[in-house]
Structure formats: C-alpha cells, structure tokens
Design a protein around this ligand. Sequence first.
Ligand code: GDP
Ligand code: MN
Length: 397
Amino acid sequence: MNLHEFQGKQILASYGVRVQRGLVANNAEEAVEKAKQLTEETGTSWFVIKAQIHAGGRGKGGGVKLAKNLDEVKEIAGKIIGMDLITPQTPPEGKKVNRVLVAEDVYYPGESETSEFYMSVLLDRAKGRNMIMYSTEGGMDIEEVAEKTPHLIFKEEIDPSVGLQGFQARRIAFNLGLSGNAFKEMVKFVDALYRAYIGSDSSMFEINPVLKTSDNMILAVDAKVTIDDNALYRQKEYAEFRDFSEERPIEVEANKAGLNYVDLDGTVGCMVNGAGLAMATMDLIKYAGFEPANFLDVGGTADAKRVETAFRIILKDPNVKAILINIFGGIVRCDRVAQGVVDAYSNMGDDINVPIIVRLQGTNAELAKDLIDKSGMPILSAVEFQEAADQVKAALS
Ligand code: GDP
Ligand code: MN
C-alpha cells in the first residue's frame, strides 16, 4: 500500500525523524488558513505548496511551488488543486490533485550551504536483508544519477539478527561528507528512519531529498512510503491511510471481493486458480498470439458466486474479446467449478457477449467437460493446455 507524502511524514515524525513540517489543505482558502497556522507553529513566512498524489517527480511536473506570501499561497494552491498533474511517474493523462500540503520553506539562507541527499530503506529480496541506499546527489534527478554515475550511490546492508549498528549510521554520515553538528544529526536521522521503517512494517521508505539546512539540521523534505499489505492486519492505524481514489476502481472492487486481480492491456480475460497457473495461462495466451487483459487468481474456492463476481469484473474491461477460464481441480472438484461456470453464465445471460473457453483439469475433469458440453450454452471446453490455446485462437480469428 502506497502512502501520500504527508502520511509518510506523519509516521516519520512519530519515530522522531525531523521533517519539513506542513498541513494538508483541500482548497485555496483552507491553504491560506493552514499557512497562517504554520507561521504560528514554526515562524516560517515562506511556504512550499506540494501536490499530494501517489507519484514522484511532482516538482518537475509543476506540483511543488514556492509561495512567498499568503496571496501566492492562495493563487498557487488554487492552481494545483484540481489540476491533472503529469509527471514521469504518472499515467500519460496525469493524476487529479485533490489536496496539497502547505509546508514550511526549509531552504532559507544561513551560515552554511544547504545540501540535498538521497536516502532510502528497502528490502533487498535477493539477499533477504534490509538495505539503506544513499547518495550525496539527492534531489530531482536521482534516476539519472543511478543510470549514469552508479558509483555515487552507496549501500549499507543490515544484519537482521542485530539490526542497524551505530558504526553503520556513522559510516553513512561520513560518506555523505558531513562533520560537526550535521554529522551528529545525520546519525540520529538514520537511526530514527530505520526504526520507522521496521516499526511500520514497510517495504520501502524513500526520502529524496534529505536536506542539510543552512543551520546544519537534517530533515526529510519528501517521503515516499510503501507499507507491506500483508502487515496491515497489525498496522490498523496505517491501514486507515489507504486512499482508494489513487487506485484503479476495478482493482479496488476485485480486492473487496477477495479476488487477486491486476488490470492489463490485452484482449483475453483470464480466470484462474493459483498465481502460478495464472502466470502460465498468461504465457499460454501470448503463445496463442494474443495478450492477456488481466491477471486474476480466484483462489482455492472457485464456487459459482466467486466465478460470477470474477466474470463481472473481467467484463467491465471494454477491451476483453474472449475469456479463458483455466482451473486446476486439486482441492476443488472440477465438476463443481463447471457447475459454477454454468450457473454464473445462466444468471448473467445477456451480459456475456464474448466467447468463453473453459479448461478444467484435475479431479473429475471429464465429468466437468461433459457438464459444460451438455449445458447447451455457448461455452467452449478444453482438457489439454494446447487445446485451450487453439480454442482462443479460433474464437478470436
Ligand atoms: P518530488 O518532485 O515529487 O520528488 O517532490 P519533492 O518533495 O522532493 O520536492 C521537489 C523539489 O522541490 C525538491 O527536490 C526541492 O528542490 C524543492 N523543495 C522542496 N521543499 C522546498 C522548500 O522548502 N523550499 C524550496 N526552495 N524548495 C523546496
Ligand atoms: Mn522527492
């Protein structure tokens, strides 16, 4: 589950990570109120208005703007809220901005220069360990740094049995070229950041930029956070952070029905039990010369109700020209699935206007095929993998 910047910062602050402070506003008038409140709390008179969407690169797309007085706050917030913000990380048509973060300006001049660093904590799946990735080259072009000058990106691997060690945090501060108070602040920052990552069951915390202010404080100016969905049952407070307006409606609906569904671009809808078989089925569709319209794992209990829900979800995609059902009857009996398909079909009747190919393999497969063939419905059945591929081809050619 992805979070908004302001939510990520809220988690960070609760673990003692210093952040660029800000308040959320839903419209221009509210932005002005929040700016006044922020001045009372922080003393700031300049503000940064930041679009809150689930995508990075907002600065490049015009979603992060400096406001030097309340009139500018009103004008800029008014422009950003409601806009379709296009960044390198959004879909081509952009993402609608519903609210902004009115934040304190932290790039004020002072005794020393400001510096922007990059830092992220993430799970290295190959090593089975958490890792802190960091660089002196923070800011808006970190992707380019990674591509052209990868030696400027450092990694610190964390041993899960002992956690982040003091010497590791100090090595990070040292490699970032810090000294004096900024060095000490960075050590504290890294330690608190890692505790926030572990404590919230996240799989990624990306802070870009981490800022060294002109008075040598270290703070998180941005926060991109992904919490592991499998941990939401014990992170109830953060589960509330879910913003459904940022997710594809069809995926939200499938998720609510307990179906594992991912929307794709092709024309052949698929309904499969088991993630491995679903992947193989997508290969099968490609092998037949077509592209899958979705990934859909109906899980172990492919009963009539679930089959019907899955049908409805697949058919909401206007690109679907055929549906391939590929079920292995291991725990579930094929004849029961077949009955489910037939029942769902007769319940939905006119709503289904594309050819359906059903392949059932495993317990009672022959019985299942018989059931479908005798149902009198225009459902094509198959037993072998190849047969199913041929049927898809025939149906779409
Ligand atoms: P992103 O573009 O989505 O990654 O959004 P960020 O939160 O990282 O902001 C983009 C850029 O805006 C940062 O890299 C900073 O250079 C700039 N920025 C952010 N906060 C401030 C601020 O308080 N003052 C000034 N002058 N610039 C800021
Ligand atoms: Mn950023």
